[in-house]
Every structure is written in C-alpha cells, then in structure tokens.
Design a binder for this molecule. Structure first.
Ligand SMILES: Nc1ncnc2c1ncn2[C@@H]1O[C@H](COP(=O)(O)OP(=O)(O)OP(=O)(O)O)[C@@H](O)[C@H]1O
Ligand SMILES: [Mg+2]
Length: 214
C-alpha cells in the first residue's frame, strides 16, 4: 500500500537521519519505499541548493542574499510541484511508501521567516503551494535550538539559514506552522527529537505501520 510521509524539523533536528533509517527499515520488511528530499534532486532543486550554499551569487553589491525572497519562494514552489509530479506520484502509483526529507511545511517556515524590519506576504507562500499534494503523514521532529546547533556543529559548510538568531525565529515559526496544518486537518505526529535516534525511529515506524494497516 502506498503512503506519503514527510519528516520536518529545524536544521539539525535529525530529518535526514530518520528518513534514511525509515526507508531501510521498510525495505527490510519487504515494503517498497523510496527516500526523497526537498529541495529535490531535480533541476530546480539543484539550483536552489546552489543558491542556499551561496555558490550562486546574483547581487554582488549587497553581497549576502544570493537571491531575493520572492524569487526563492517561487523556486521552492516550482521545485515542489516538479518533485511531486516526477518522483512522489509515480512511486505512490507503484504502491510504494514515499519518505520525503522536508516538504511544504518547510516553505511555510523558512520562506515565511521575517524579522521586524521586513514585510512579506506569508499567505502568498501558502497560495503558491496550494496545488501540492497533501502528505498522508507529517512527522515533526521537535528539538530546541541549542540541540540543533550542537548537532550541526561539525558540519563544514553552513548555509545562510544556520545562525542562532535565525534558528530561534524559525523554531517559533515551526510551532505556528504545525498548529496551522493541524487545524487544517493534516495528520501530524510531533516527536521529542532530543530522544535517541533508535527510540525516535521505533516510534516513527510504529506510526507508519499503523497508517499502512488502515
Ligand atoms: N536523535 C538524535 N540524537 C543525537 N544525535 C542525532 C539525533 N538525530 C540526528 N543526530 C545527529 O545530528 C546530526 C544532524 O542530523 P541530520 O543530518 O539528520 O539533521 P537534519 O535535520 O537532516 O539537518 P538539516 O535539516 O540541516 O539537513 C548528525 O550528525 C546526526 O547523526
Ligand atoms: Mg538533512
């Protein structure tokens, strides 16, 4: 039976770790599964990754922002529809479980992240994503900023999101966005991501198996 599952969480919360473990566990129990991610590995996703890692610099005088906020929101939404059409839906049609490392909740959190000096229409980001298929289950790995920072610590190349102040704002936005999705009737599992990897994985597997049994 097919199922579309998404892992969400702040940078360093462990979404990649859990996505990978889950796909391995499902395959080992003879349930076909694919591991995927956003930004995707398609052409738009590759471009976004280059922009986030500052390998694409479009406005040298300002120096810092490699692309303006609106353009980035459009690219993320475009990548998402491409990812759904070319990767997610075909795998679901083949009866597979699709596990995505991030999806539209990440856009609502990161593309909607503004400080007091900025004005940005967050409702517009939701509108841009309104045609993206709804996940059957979103697992939100909830971890405090200091834990995330510690886990990201050894990473060689940090992207433009990974500063403490930003992470603190994003942490608050994640809570808001998850409540919003819950109010909209989306199945969300919130997990304490400070637990050890195996404990989190076991709880996620239990939840996914129960969805598959429905
Ligand atoms: N529950 C956990 N307990 C301790 N360490 C963990 C846990 N989950 C992940 N880690 C470790 O934290 C680091 C970051 O994990 P991971 O790459 O999965 O995070 P991420 O959420 O994918 O981050 P990003 O969103 O930035 O890609 C890794 O070194 C991983 O082994
Ligand atoms: Mg990751």
């Amino acid at each position: 039976m097919s199922l579309f599952v998404v892992f969400e969480g702040l940078d360093g919360a462990g979404t990649t770790t859990q996505t990978q473990l889950m796909v391995e566990a499902l395959r080992q129990s003879d349930r076909p599964a694919i591991q995927t991610r956003e930004p995707s590995d398609g052409p738009i996703g590759v471009l976004i990754r280059q922009m986030l890692s500052m390998r694409v610099v479009s406005r040298l005088p300002q120096g810092f922002e490699p692309v303006n906020r609106e353009s980035l929101a459009l690219l993320f939404a475009a990548d998402r529809l491409d990812h759904v059409q070319n990767t997610v839906v075909p795998a679901l049609h083949e009866g597979k479980v699709v596990i995505s490392d991030r999806y539209y909740a990440s856009s609502f959190v990161y593309q909607g992240d503004v400080d007091e000096s900025e004005h940005f229409d967050v409702a517009w980001v939701r509108e841009l994503n309104s045609r993206a298929r709804r996940p059957d289950l979103t697992i939100f790995l909830e971890a405090p900023v200091d834990v995330c920072l510690e886990r990201m610590g050894s990473r060689a190349q940090r992207d433009i999101y990974e500063t403490q102040e930003k992470l603190t704002r994003l942490h608050g936005r994640y809570a808001q966005v998850m409540s919003l999705l819950e109010e909209a009737g989306e199945p969300i599992l919130r997990l304490d991501a400070t637990q050890d990897i195996g404990t989190i994985h076991a709880r996620c597997l239990q939840e996914i198996l129960s969805h598959l049994a429905d």
